[in-house]
Design a protein around this ligand. Structure first.
Ligand code: ASP
Length: 335
């Protein structure tokens, strides 16, 4: 959990909180210290509206699982969000293919990867968890399952996404490039690739998580990132806590990032320190690659303490609890 010193340090680093008056900082700090539960946290600034939706379930004493599913459906449905859900940018062949997974307090999990023509992959992932003996369905099989479950089959490529893809094709040499938030002029930067990972701790003290994305813009057809991979993009152990990730999925998969963060919390690390250690693991293995990429982790423990850490500056996460519904915290970073 953030103590006052830490919180003020974070606030000083973050432009988004720079305008807060001293009294507001002090108030936010007190709320953080007393975070407890219920509470919901999620990646990036679009996490604020997603958290608000999740909160509707949590404030009524509802289940964390229902909260995270409802929460991440907001960015999934947002026609202006080109990194999650129905308006996501397509792969390099022009197909919108989505990844999502969900995990509950009993260790149940469900996932879909490279699913096409279905707007809410998180809800399909939940049904994979609840209605099949499997954890993961991919590609055409995932779409087939969704249609069988009553989901509408629809073409997802929006005119804006199509335009951006065609623009990209002109100069891309058919090679996808991940953006880095702190490199304004990096190739691909305008095609932001952020994922929503959400973790909730409900009034009963149970944790669930959800993660959903359109993945890397203009990726190779069939490419799957970390987001639908249990243990990589998301992991929940109700005895310990939960973690989720955003950024270059390949590096998260290589390090089984979210599982690592949860296991570090089991060993006594705070959520922030566990995220930092996982980031350092990625950097240590590939120091040259790490300088050029972004990965961020977000974690929560059973007490409702939370924290995050990223390779590069620019990562932020949203927090929502009884006291404050729209807190945006700039994540600390290695570089
Ligand atoms: N982690 C996602 C992926 O690799 C993308 C992101 O979060 O930016 O597909």
């Amino acid at each position: 959990m953030y103590n006052r010193r830490k919180f003020i340090k974070i606030s000083a680093a973050g432009a988004s909180l720079a305008a807060l008056s001293t009294s507001k900082i002090a108030r936010a700090t007190i709320l953080n210290q007393a975070a407890g539960f219920p509470i919901v946290i999620s990646t990036w600034d679009f996490g604020i509206i997603a958290n608000k939706e999740a909160w509707k379930t949590l404030e009524k004493g509802g289940r964390a699982l229902d909260a995270v599913e409802a929460g991440v459906r907001i960015p999934e449905a947002d026609m202006k969000n080109h990194t999650v859900g129905r308006a996501g940018y397509p792969d390099r062949d022009g197909h919108v293919s989505l990844d999502a997974c969900i995990m509950d307090e009993f260790g149940n999990c469900g996932s879909v990867a490279a699913i096409e023509d279905i707007a809410h992959p998180i809800s399909v992932a939940r049904l994979v968890m609840e209605k099949t003996p499997h954890v993961m369905l991919v590609g055409a099989g995932a779409t087939q399952f969704a249609v069988e479950q009553g989901f509408k089959r629809e073409k997802l490529l929006t005119p804006e996404s199509e335009k951006a893809w065609k623009e990209w094709l002109k100069t891309a040499k058919y090679s996808p490039v991940m953006n880095i938030e702190n490199k304004q002029h990096a190739p691909g930067n305008q095609y932001n690739h952020d994922t929503i990972g959400m973790l909730a701790l409900d009034a009963k003290g149970n944790i669930s998580g959800a993660c959903t994305t359109s993945g890397m813009a203009f990726k190779m057809r069939g490419r799957v990132g970390d987001s639908p991979i249990i243990g990589a993009g998301l992991y929940v152990d109700n005895e310990v806590g939960g973690a989720t990730s955003t950024g270059v999925g390949e590096e998260v998969i290589r390090n089984v990032g979210s599982f690592l963060v949860v296991e570090l919390m089991r060993q006594g690390y705070s959520p922030e320190d566990a995220c930092k250690e996982a980031v350092k693991r990625i950097i240590k293995k590939k120091p040259d690659t790490a300088k050029e990429i972004q990965v961020g982790f977000l974690a929560i423990n059973k007490k409702g303490e939370y924290g995050a850490y990223a390779i590069q500056k620019g990562f932020s996460f949203a927090v929502c609890n009884a006291e404050k519904q729209d807190l945006l915290v700039p994540g600390k970073s290695f570089y």
